[in-house]
Design a protein around this ligand. Structure first.
Ligand code: HEC
Length: 133
């Protein structure tokens, strides 16, 4: 019994010893935590640039008012609720779920979105989702 107790204490010691480098681990976690919002910001910025720039999406999609196309908020809400994949839609691999009757109008934009990389499409998706409160 005593021996077991001794072993337990030793194990305790050893694992304490193992924990020593923890400050380093913590430090790098903090660095990562700090870095994440920057990465997210970069993604949103890229999405915004593409949406308002090359994509010309802004001409038909305003933040919360329907113009030619449904508003960004409406699209984002429906995609979120249905857990739908916007990137696949923009690659013309998925059917419309927001306003299928107007699909032909949206379809003309695939010529542009199909030239975009997955990362660029994901950035647009993230930008559109960022309008949800
Ligand atoms: C010429 C006007 C027009 C432009 C430009 C336009 N859209 Fe659309 N978009 C529409 C219309 C109309 C709909 C509704 C039809 C539909 O739901 O497919 C729509 C629907 C959508 C939907 C929802 C699709 C669904 O599941 O029903 C997404 C996502 C979308 N647009 C993203 C974009 C992005 C990203 C761009 C820029 C690359 C863009 N749109 C540019 C008119 C446009």
């Amino acid at each position: 019994m005593r021996k077991l107790f001794f072993i337990l204490i030793m194990v305790g010691f050893i694992s304490c010893g193992d924990k020593k480098p923890e400050p380093f681990g913590k430090a790098s976690d903090e660095v990562l935590k700090d870095a994440t919002p920057i990465v997210v910001d970069e993604k949103l910025k890229l999405g915004e640039e593409l949406f308002n720039g090359v994509g010309m999406c802004k001409s038909c999609h305003l933040p919360d008012k329907k113009v030619i196309g449904p508003s960004i908020v409406e699209i984002a809400r429906i995609y979120k609720d249905k857990e739908a994949n916007m990137v696949e839609f923009l690659k013309e691999n998925a059917d419309p779920i927001v306003d299928p009757s107007q699909y032909e109008v949206m379809k003309t934009n695939f010529a542009i979105t199909k030239t975009m990389s997955d990362d660029e499409l994901k950035a647009i998706e993230a930008y559109m989702y960022s309008f949800l409160k």
